[in-house]
Design a protein around this ligand. Sequence first.
Ligand code: FES
Ligand SMILES: [Fe+2]
Length: 387
Amino acid sequence: MYINFWYPAGLATEIAGTPVRRRMLAQDFVLWRDQAGRVQCLANTCIHRGASLADGKVLGDDVQCPYHGWRFAGDGRCTAIPSLGRGARIPGRARVDAYPVAEKYGLVFVFLGDLPEVERCPIMDIAEYRGEAPDPGWRATIQHFTWDIDYQRSVENGLDGAHNEFVHPTHGYSGDRDDIRIAVEDYEIVDTEWDSGHFSSRRAPPLADAKMREASGRTVDAVIRGGTGHHGAAMVWTLIHPTDRISIHQYLFETPVDEGRTSLYLVNLRNFLLDPAEDPRMMGRNEVVALQDRDVLQAVRPVLTPPGRTKEFFTPADITIASYRDKLKAWEDRGWRIDMAEVNRTRGRTAFAIPSPARRQQGGWVLDPVPLIPARVAAAAAATPGV
Ligand code: FES
Ligand SMILES: [Fe+2]
């Protein structure tokens, strides 16, 4: 699991004037909406005796701890310590980590890390959105799932064109044909700072759903084109064009909850059957497909992706999965990967916080930052005397 990315913490409609607890990257957070309607997010562990802030209340713009009533503002500063008496000076060190929040596409995103704004991987762009709503001509739906699968396995499933034929009966020939070779030589590769992906063509039967088939205007087999890729550590885009007439663009925003448990938000855009009455049909289809993936992923072993490439067998069709792993390795080398072995070793004895941007400006934090695999560049420099 990696710090320094934006992760979805919930639907915008779920965060209101009462504290909500969310677990992300194996840590707990509290979210609430202040009086101006802005969503705030803090590390959930109170720095006094470690109570869960999410079990407290929202008072004005602040959250109040349920144990001894300390209050914390959205920027993490403690604003009241009742046992010191009214108007008492609050020590500067009395603060918790506060995280940048953004609302987009009907979701609340939290930046879990300390990277300065200009260096952050942006939230994945949905080209069909301009502002708060999709462009006319597109209809959006959002679905949320929380499953016992690992987010990296899930992202890799999204990048994996070879599984569709076997896992999703509606996507191909149900594994019945022996001419489904993936023509990797024809891949159009996407490789940018934050994305790896590919566009490719494959032969497909007409859509199984009668109404969608009618909207697509195709009743015979044809070569269809599509693309898929990841953005950052845990976002996936999939652009499907069953015919020139219809497009299905899917944007999956994942949050690792714990190792082996993942929260997934699927934003689906379609440019056909735009009537909201068609939403259940589209969402039902998406859910069936998503559950087919889930069932396979719940049974893969090991649960977490093994390190390196020697404990699995790679083929040319796995090229985008390999690129994704290369990017993850580069982010690990920057010092962004959580050292879960250390987190697990100290479980029950140490409360950590994901380092927030303010840690780069101020010292004296009460909670230790979550342990990270040391940055490779930093480790190399530290090992060289005089550097
Ligand atoms: S534990 Fe939060 S106020 Fe004491
Ligand atoms: Fe799939």
